[in-house]
Structures are given as structure tokens and as C-alpha cells.
Write a protein that binds this ligand. Structure first.
Ligand code: NI
Length: 190
């Protein structure tokens, strides 16, 4: 397994639509395993393939909370086949939008159809944080970030700050300064 570099906004690859995988073969399984390792190391609770520069419809998740413990979940070609009328708001973050958080409203309960790590089709009904996370990751496959769900004013402010932070990081690296500690808020890093 290998740790993959995570792209951060604004990166044009995060805005592209990913292609379905034809089959869950060894190559896709390797990508899934590398993504899971990368997600745990970040740390985060969900990661989509375009976040590591792979425009393929693959996501991984692992929610560990008192009310829900999923263990590692691998999904290829996930799609929402049913969504509740009831909505819920959750303060989302994203490994590709580091250190920024915002409330996003989404359906509270969804059923997702996907191919698992063995290529078997599964339907899973999700609620709570798992439902939020699945929808957030599927958005990534369509080039949508959580900041696309908030006001343009707030989105542009976050994008400006991300660019500024990236420039500071590049300058620090050029001057040989040690990297700043990352905020460790896995709960919100989807
Ligand atoms: Ni994300």
C-alpha cells in the first residue's frame, strides 16, 4: 500500500467529472487500499479518488462513532437510488479544503447502490454522519466540493485563504522551515 498526495482546492482536477470503473479488478482494489491508507493517515473519515488525482468513480469511508461503526467501506460506481424528503444540516470539512468548515444541508437518509471491493453489487441505507459522508464523497466524483453548496461570498473567501495558505507553505518549504501542524479534526474531514 502507498500514501497518495491529496489535492487541495483550487485544483482543476477536483472540478472534473470522474468515469465509472468497468470492473473492480486488482488495479481498482489497489487504488481502494491506497486511498484507505491515505485517508487514515490524513486523518479523515472519507476520501474520493479524484482527491488523489484519479478521475475514477471510487470512494472509501470509515465512520467510527458511538451510534455507527462501519469499518472500512469501499465503493465503486456509487449512486444514490433513494433519498429522504427530510433534510439534515452537518458542519462539513474536506481533506481537499483543509481547515475550513461550513454547514451543508443534505437529505437525512439515502440508499446508495455500489460495487464492493469484490465487485459485488450492494445497496446500503445510510443515516446520520454516514449519509452525509456518502453524499459528500459522491459529489467529489461529479466535481462538486462542499463549498459549492454554500454562498459564493463564503466560498470565494475560503478559496482566497486556501491560495494564501498554499503560497505561505511553498515559501516556508523554499526557506526550509518546518511544516506547520495540521489541524486534526477527522470528524469533519470527509
Ligand atoms: Ni471531501
Amino acid at each position: 500500500m502507498a500514501l497518495l498526495p491529496i489535492l487541495t482546492a483550487p485544483d482543476p482536477r477536483l472540478k472534473k467529472k470522474s468515469k465509472p470503473v468497468e470492473a473492480v479488478d486488482d488495479d481498482v482494489r489497489r487504488l481502494m487500499d491506497d486511498m484507505l491508507e491515505t485517508m487514515y493517515a490524513a486523518p479523515g473519515i472519507g476520501l474520493a479518488a479524484p482527491q488523489v488525482g484519479e478521475l475514477r468513480r471510487v470512494i472509501v469511508l470509515d465512520i467510527d462513532r458511538e451510534e455507527v461503526k462501519t469499518g472500512p467501506l469501499f465503493m465503486a460506481n456509487p449512486e444514490i437510488i433513494e433519498a429522504s424528503n427530510e433534510d439534515v444540516s452537518y458542519e462539513e470539512g474536506c481533506l481537499s479544503v483543509p481547515d475550513h468548515y461550513s454547514d451543508v444541508v443534505r437529505p437525512a437518509k439515502v440508499t446508495v447502490r455500489y460495487l464492493d471491493r469484490d465487485g459485488k453489487q450492494q445497496d446500503m441505507t445510510c443515516e446520520g454522519l454516514l449519509a452525509t459522508c456518502v453524499q459528500h464523497e459522491i459529489d467529489h466524483l461529479d466535481g462538486i466540493l462542499f463549498i459549492d453548496h454554500i454562498s459564493a461570498l463564503k466560498r470565494n473567501m475560503i478559496l482566497r485563504k486556501l491560495l494564501k495558505a498554499r503560497k505561505e507553505k511553498e515559501r516556508d518549504e523554499a526557506e526550509g522551515k518546518p511544516a506547520k501542524d495540521k489541524a486534526k479534526d477527522a470528524e469533519h474531514a470527509l
